[in-house]
Each structure stands twice: as C-alpha cells, then as structure tokens.
Design a protein around this ligand. Structure first.
Ligand SMILES: [Fe+2]
Length: 194
C-alpha cells in the first residue's frame, strides 16, 4: 500500500492538552482513529490514477461515500490538532474578539451558541465556526466527517463531537467536554484566519 495520505504529527505532546483532553484519548484519537482514516483512504484509492492524483479537498467532494468519509476524516483531524494548543499558551486576539462581538453580541454568547450547536449535533459529527459564502461568520454542524468547506465555506474553528474525542474523560457528558474545550483552543490560529 502506498502511503499517499498520513496524519500530520501532533504539534504538541500527547499529554499537552491535559486535563481537558487526556493523554490516552489523544493517543487513540491520533494514532488509531486518524491513522485508520488515512489507511482506509490509501486502500480505497490504490491503483486508481485519477483518484490518486486528487488532493483531500477534491476527494471530500467525490460521490464515492467511503472515499468521501475517509478523506474527510484525514482532513478534519489534520485541522483539529492545529486548532488546539496547550491551555494558557494562547489568548484570544483583539480582531477575533471584535469579530465575535460584532456577529454574536459577545464572546460568551458565541461560546454558548457554539456549545449548543455541538450538543445538538445528533450522533457523530463536528461543530464549526465558519465564514460562509456570503462572508458572514456562522456556526454550523456537520455529520460524520463532512466538512463545510465542500459547500464553499471557510473553516475558522471546529470541534470534534464524535464520542471518541471525549468519552474516556467525559463519558456521556458531551456538554462538559464542549465547555472545557475552550481552554485548549489555539486562539493564535483563529486570529490569523478570522
Ligand atoms: Fe475524531
């Protein structure tokens, strides 16, 4: 099998996001779940030159559901690791604060709305802060490994609400995970994109 796609390395140690996200969760999430999406994708496109020449963004838009799912799994997690940073190492920038206040009224209101959306996503999926096609900030959710960029949005921030992202520490308490997760958001990255 050719390893066309591989998960990015974590930009921090496995235990760097503790206590918000425990080390075992990070190891399983990155080394097993993320790796499995890459392995599956590589297997699915093996031997097909036209597919093998496509990048993840294109593969996420194919009609082939298994390819779409696994390409999304690789892509979304590559984003996710970069969207986080050890607690206390970044703070929300001025531009981010202004933009969030302008759109949502206050940073707290933004967080509440984002958490509510993440909580209401039935089953597995993601909650995102995006710039939509009209250039407006918006909170959206997606099922499974779908990503709003395939609909023309720009992803600014996203949280994985699959149970594999939080179950070891939070069990069924997704709301608690969503609320604790702000501590490990990489606000420097948000500031660059928002
Ligand atoms: Fe995940």
């Amino acid at each position: 099998m050719i390893d066309l796609f591989t998960p990015i390395d974590l930009p921090y140690e496995y235990d760097a996001l503790e206590p918000v996200i425990d080390e075992t969760t990070m190891r399983i999430h990155h080394d097993k779940h993320h790796q499995a999406y890459a392995d599956n994708l590589n297997k699915l496109i093996e031997g097909d030159d036209s597919l093998a020449s496509m990048d993840l963004s294109d593969l996420m838009k194919t009609d082939n559901q298994p390819i779409k799912n696994n390409a999304g799994g690789v892509y979304n997690h590559n984003l996710f690791w970069q969207m986080m940073a050890p607690s206390g190492t970044t703070i929300m920038g001025e531009r981010t604060k202004e933009k969030l206040e302008e759109k949502f009224g206050s940073v707290e209101d933004f967080k509440t709305e984002f958490e509510k959306a993440g909580l209401s996503r039935f089953g597995s999926g993601w909650v995102w802060l995006v710039r939509d096609r009209n250039g407006e900030l918006s909170i959206v959710t997606s099922a499974n490994q779908d990503n709003p960029e395939t609909e023309g949005a720009v992803v600014i921030l996203g949280n994985d609400v699959w149970e594999h992202a939080y179950y070891l520490t939070y069990q069924n308490r997704r709301a608690e995970y969503l609320s604790a997760w702000w501590q490990v958001v990489n606000w420097d990255r948000v500031e660059e994109i928002i």
